[in-house]
Design a protein around this ligand. Structure first.
Ligand code: ATP
Ligand code: MG
Length: 435
């Protein structure tokens, strides 16, 4: 691939956009959601400019189905709200309009000037991170605040043309991700862009342009400044989209994984074969389930990612005289609280991981009536799947895992009844929530 093409660094000097008429590109209205079209047309009919931008345009050009549709306009958020009843304004740092159509949300953002154009120096922290980002602008301002060239293609609802200021179409052809502007500056402004680079490279099967790739290792520590909740969102996008194994490998290669899961990284660096195998099996398992449209939960990955640190600490506690159960609880609490200082995790997931770990201890007790009781435990299935994973990765629990497999087959009826009961409970719980 010719990575020097068109230019290594896309800068603002290239001001004149390329405009590709409808007859010369492949974005057809039939591939844009009806709701996104409704938003675009209503803005246009009210006298505003309106463009589809971001993943919507990029994915259609690549023959993929867009996950969601983003609209850019010169209408201010309040003006957007006046046009749509089903509209909510969100965001503190920058106000965005969300237009709701049932489950589909069309995100409408007002053209923004890049912060460098704002009053000199304002809006930047000393290390270059953006803290305030709310200066409205025009389309040719808006382009420069976007991350990658392929995410900065604008589809104009006025004449169905595509506007390309940054050589995004060329990069789509070359299947490469190139940051707009000077990469180091752009990563410093928003370190999450490093994670986005990895995510898009995997999702689109693109390479990262060497100039955009080069600073990532050095700047990986900047992720420490990102709010944990935002990192969790990125974690979900990276690991719950069907390509978690690749995400894991790439993130490790660039030193980003260490910032998301520092305790796990520590054990990986000790050269422990087991943890590596366990993680790969967990990722493959998740990816396969997603490919088969089976339900998955981030708690399962969380349980796998933190299992070795938990087990290690629990062993220490046991060595100091604690019972096996007390040891695992204490270790779970410590490891989780350390983890959530890097990537916050909603309680329902950390609780589930905790239950799964505690059940690893309880599953060892296969005498008397206890196993029958455990079969009906709400987390039995997840804990059993996790036991299989441990066995597969080489932990000394193969016999135990086989025992449970056979035992379940014998008592299919109990499991089915328990499953129905849990489903009923969940359903009632949900009804309460929606009331
Ligand atoms: P997908 O929706 O498939 O994950 P996307 O490219 O649409 O990909 P979004 O997160 O929906 O990504 O964002 C929409 C657009 O907003 C992006 O294409 C990009 O132009 C811009 N954008 C989003 N996040 C950033 C960021 N951190 N820095 C700069 N621009 C961004
Ligand atoms: Mg999007």
């Amino acid at each position: 691939m010719d990575s020097s093409k068109p230019t290594a660094v896309v800068t603002k000097i290239v001001r004149k956009p390329q405009i590709i008429p409808r007859t010369e590109h492949g974005v057809s209205r039939s591939e844009i959601s009806e709701n996104a079209l409704k938003v675009l047309y209503r803005l246009k009919n009210a006298g505003y400019h309106a463009y589809l931008v971001g993943g919507g345009v990029r994915d259609i050009l690549l023959g993929l189905k867009p996950k969601d549709f983003d609209v850019a306009t010169d209408a201010h958020p309040e003006q957007v709200r006046e046009l749509f009843r089903n509209c909510r304004l969100i965001g503190r740092r920058f106000r965005l309009a969300h237009v709701h159509f049932g489950r589909e949300i069309i995100e409408v953002s007002t053209f923004r000037a890049s912060h460098n154009d704002a009053v000199d120096g304002e809006g930047h922290e000393e290390d270059g991170r953006i803290i305030r980002d709310n200066v409205y602008g025009t389309l040719d301002d808006d382009v420069w605040r976007r991350d990658f060239t392929v995410n900065a293609l604008y589809y104009n609802i006025e004449d169905y043309s595509i506007v390309d200021y940054v050589g995004g179409l060329e990069d789509i052809k070359n299947r490469q991700l190139r940051l707009i502007g000077i990469p180091e500056d752009r990563y410093r402004e928003d370190p999450v862009r490093m994670l986005r680079a990895i995510r898009f490279a995997i999702k689109l099967d693109f390479s990262i342009h060497p100039v955009s790739e080069q600073p990532i290792r050095k700047l990986a520590p900047l992720l420490e400044e990102i709010p944990e909740a935002r990192l969790f969102e990125e974690f979900l996008k990276l690991f719950m989209s069907g390509q978690s194994e690749k995400a894991y490998q790439q993130l490790r290669e660039y030193g980003l994984f260490a910032k998301l899961f520092p305790q796990t990284e520590e054990f990986l660096n000790r050269g422990d074969e087991f943890i590596h195998k366990l993680l790969i099996s967990a990722f493959r398992n998740t990816d396969t389930r997603l490919a088969e449209d089976k339900p998955v939960t981030p708690a399962f990955l969380l349980a796998a990612l933190l299992w070795v640190p938990v087990r290690d600490l629990a062993n220490d506690h046991e060595g100091n005289g604690l019972s096996e159960m007390d040891a695992i609880h204490l270790a779970s609490d410590a490891v989780i609280s350390h983890q959530i200082s890097s990537t916050s995790m909603p309680r329902r997931f950390t609780h589930m991981a905790r239950d799964m770990w505690a059940l690893q201890v309880r599953l060892k007790n296969i005498r008397g009536k206890r196993p029958l009781k455990l079969l009906a435990h709400q987390r039995f299935r997840a804990a059993y799947d996790f036991l299989l994973l441990r066995a597969e990765a080489g932990e000394d629990v193969q016999e135990l895992a086989s025992w449970w497999t056979a035992f379940q087959e014998e008592h299919m009826d109990i499991q089915l009844a328990a499953k129905k009961e849990h489903q009923k409970k969940r359903f009632r719980h949900r009804q309460k929530r929606f009331r």
